[in-house]
Ligand binder design. Structure first.
Ligand code: PHE
Length: 514
């Protein structure tokens, strides 16, 4: 086998994740300096006095566009189809209603301030500067959101006897085995054509440290994976390290496909944040500033280009403006009659949305903390519910809200979306029981949201893999598109904010050129 340096790094990356690549690169002296940060968007310096803009949708993108435009003097009207602002930024609390095509669910959580669920957006990576900028500007208090927790569980029905295994063991053992194998390959000279003698020595040393290998460069378990017995640590005794999990089982489990290195994805890296008390604190910040511009329950029926701009027909009257910013999600927009070019139409029609579903439960007891020392983070399962999220807030208090399912693959998303709300809760409890036996008895209320079944949304977020639809990044006549769907950050509020900024800047350019 002949390996180039690049192949070698790719091999390390696939096998052991980004961290290993970085360590390897450091050892090989390949790591360069980080790229410079993009400056925050420079918004309008000039004035929009005398120019009107109609904004379609009061989600984060529409709100951000309205906020920036009105700061510059533009006259804005926001048309919102539902009775609330925020779109997929959606926090539910006691007494709220979740509306779907199939009916309504009442949220039966308790009244305490930590008993809420973010059924849409729930985490903000540290490098999402635009949305964090609004948090700073609006005084939205932030706390850390935890993706990654070594005490959380990995579960595959077919592996390890169908029992969940604890993350600290899966992660430690996978890494240990990969390090051992690579050390063997290097030690046996399999990579001699790629590595100098000095490289070899350094990599072997690195692998021992990285993988927790013994002096013979073998992986025999490590206290990183915890000690045998009920306690994580050994306490007063010296303790015996857990025996490593079976490598064959690890390789056959689905963990390593993405769950094991989930927090390595750029948008899932620590540090992540959430607003204290619910994601909708961001929406409230915008509402305070531009809420008076919103016309609720204004369902867009037609989008027409006119000689001087646009005319948007709603169920309760028409609005004329010089420009429109359209954030209506593609699955909804594609069915609205409008004067768009075939190119724009095709782009709108081509965006497929993830049929995402979230299910939240109120537990009478924070059993994850009491019984498992799990404080925040995610347990993963190969069942439809995909993941269980433990609240990274309200620690040790009475009760808690967990996410008992967050589904983002097509088939399970459609399965759960097709169920009635009570069926979803029952199914999610049955699946959760395999991760946490006795689970069902701890839960006292639940609510679910299928974004595909949600009116005026019809989907979670654009499926990745197609790149941003370029056609939505330029205006069609007087209509400028925004929303996360018009960016390379689908499914993130950052995308919503950046698209708003781009649309606002483009409108401003157009006005200045007049
Ligand atoms: N931002 C959402 C999340 O972190 C949805 C999303 C998931 C978007 C994965 C892109 C990729 O869960």
């Amino acid at each position: 086998m002949s390996l180039t340096r690049r192949n070698f790094l790719q091999f390390v990356g696939t096998a052991a994740g980004a961290e290993a690549v970085h360590l390897t690169m450091q050892a090989l002296d390949l790591a360069g300096a980080g790229a410079a940060h993009a400056a925050p968007p420079r918004l309008l310096g000039g004035s929009g006095e005398g120019t009107s803009v109609v904004i379609l949708g009061a989600g984060v993108s529409g709100l951000a566009a309205a906020y920036e435009l009105s700061k510059a003097g533009y006259r804005c009207t926001i048309l919102e189809a539902t009775g609330r602002a925020g779109g997929r930024n959606r926090t539910v609390r006691a007494g709220d209603w979740v509306e779907e095509f199939g009916g309504r669910q009442r949220v039966d959580f308790g009244e305490a301030d930590h008993l809420y669920a973010n059924l849409g957006a729930a985490r903000i990576p540290y490098h999402h500067r635009a949305i964090l900028g609004y948090c700073r500007e609006f005084g939205v208090e932030l706390e850390v959101f935890t993706n990654d927790n070594r005490a959380a569980l990995f579960h595959d029905r077919e592996r390890f006897g169908g029992k969940p295994v604890v993350a600290r063991q899966v992660i430690t053992d996978t890494r240990g085995y990969v390090a051992e194998l690579l050390a063997k390959a290097v030690g046996q000279g399999a990579l001699d054509s790629e590595l100098t003698g000095e490289d070899k020595e350094r990599i072997l040393e690195m692998l021992v440290s990285y993988g927790g290998l013994n002096p013979d460069r073998l992986y025999k378990g490590s206290n990183r994976g915890g000690y045998r017995g009920a306690q994580v640590h050994a306490g007063l005794k010296t303790g015996e390290v857990n025996a490593p999990l079976d490598l064959g089982e690890i390789l056959q489990a689905d963990f390593w496909r993405y769950k094991l290195h989930f927090s390595h994805f750029l948008n899932q890296n620590p540090t992540l944040f959430q607003p204290v008390g619910g994601m909708d604190a961001i929406v409230k910040g915008f509402e305070k500033r531009v809420g008076r511009l919103i016309r609720y329950r204004s369902v867009v029926k037609e989008i027409r280009q006119t000689a001087g701009g646009v005319r948007v027909v709603t169920g309760n009257g028409a609005v004329e403006a010089d420009f429109a910013v359209c954030t209506i999600p593609a699955p909804v927009l594609k069915d609205i009659p409008g004067d768009f070019s075939p190119r724009t139409r095709a782009a709108i029609g081509a965006i497929g949305f993830v049929p995402a579903v979230k299910i939240a439960f109120q537990a009478r007891r924070r059993f994850w903390e009491e019984d498992h020392a799990i404080y925040g983070g995610i347990s993963w399962t190969d069942q439809d519910i995909t993941q269980i999220w433990y609240p990274p807030y309200g620690y040790h208090r009475a009760r808690g809200i967990i996410v008992g399912g967050y589904i983002w693959d097509d088939a399970p998303g459609l399965r759960y979306g097709g169920m009635t709300p009570p069926e979803r809760l029952r199914a999610a409890i049955a699946e959760g029981e395999r991760v946490h036996p006795g689970y069902g008895a701890e839960l006292e209320a639940g609510v679910s949201q299928s974004w595909r079944e949600t009116p005026f949304q019809k989907g979670g977020w654009p499926k990745s893999g197609h790149g941003p639809p370029e056609a939505l990044q330029r205006p069609d006549g007087a209509v400028f598109f925004a929303g996360d769907q018009a960016t390379a950050l689908p499914g993130w509020q950052e995308g919503a904010a950046l698209a708003a900024h781009a649309a606002v800047n483009a409108i401003h350019e157009r006005v200045r050129a007049k």
